[in-house]
Design a protein around this ligand. Structure first.
Ligand code: C5P
Length: 223
């Protein structure tokens, strides 16, 4: 069935931001609506796959036919991804916070009026994509990353392909004037070891459908 090229495959998708708590009422996060990742999960399910979606805090409903795991922090997201393995295809669309507060205060930090501000020490979060792409035994057959860039989109995406160990990087320009962030449309460039394929701007749902079929076409027959 040409409309269901992912029948029998397990597809793992991450989406949304992560929240990294500073204290019980504050957090560090990236801007991410989760729309593109949720659309990819829905498109993979429509293409016949069994889909696990590991989602950070977003206000989007569970897509039909998708097993959704809701998480808050990058460390929770990595744990949920590891639990969901093995997968034939892993697509990392989440905007993971690169840093988290080194310590989470157990009670709310107080502004005491003295003008003295609390220091915010941060520590690096695990890179979920790089961790999974470098697995020896359970590496998914195809590992797909995203690169949201505001400058030198192609150069940065190509570097990311090598550094992170991904098979495909989906690069998009998220400069404020593009309206991609939180908007309904996206312009993507598919970066692989063989080269770059650029697609015209289209709705995120359409990007998701085409991407899922494009990826399915790159699965080796034995995968
Ligand atoms: O380095 P950068 O955040 O631009 O890389 C983007 C890609 O890496 C995305 O696919 C994103 O989901 C993934 N990533 C991740 N874990 C991180 C940081 C990024 O999986 N800690």
């Amino acid at each position: 069935d040409a409309t269901k090229p992912l029948t029998g495959k397990h597809v793992l998708v991450t989406a949304g931001p992560t929240h990294e708590p500073i204290d019980p009422v504050r957090y560090i996060a990236n801007r991410s609506s989760g729309k593109q990742g949720f659309a990819i999960a829905a498109a993979a399910a429509a293409a016949g796959a069994r889909v696990t979606l590991v989602a950070g805090p977003v206000g989007l409903p569970d897509p039909d036919g998708v097993a959704v795991r809701r998480v808050e922090t990058a460390r929770d997201m990595l744990a949920a991804v590891e639990t969901a393995l093995p997968a034939d295809i892993a697509i990392f669309a989440a905007a993971v916070a690169d840093w988290r507060p080194a310590q989470e205060a157990t009670s709310k930090l107080k502004k005491d009026g003295s003008g003295v501000v609390p220091p915010l020490h941060v520590t690096e979060n695990p890179d979920i994509l790089a961790t999974i792409a470098h697995l020896k035994d359970q590496r998914p057959g195809l590992v797909v990353g995203f690169a949201a860039e505001t400058d030198d989109v192609f150069e940065n995406a190509k570097k990311k392909l090598g550094r992170k160990g991904a098979d495909i990087i989906v690069a998009n320009d998220v400069s404020p004037e593009t309206g991609v962030m939180g908007g309904g449309a996206n312009t993507v460039h598919l970066v692989t070891a063989e080269g770059i394929e650029s697609w015209p701007q289209m709705p995120k749902d359409e990007v998701a459908r085409r991407l899922v079929h494009w990826i399915a076409g790159r699965l080796s027959p034995t995968a």
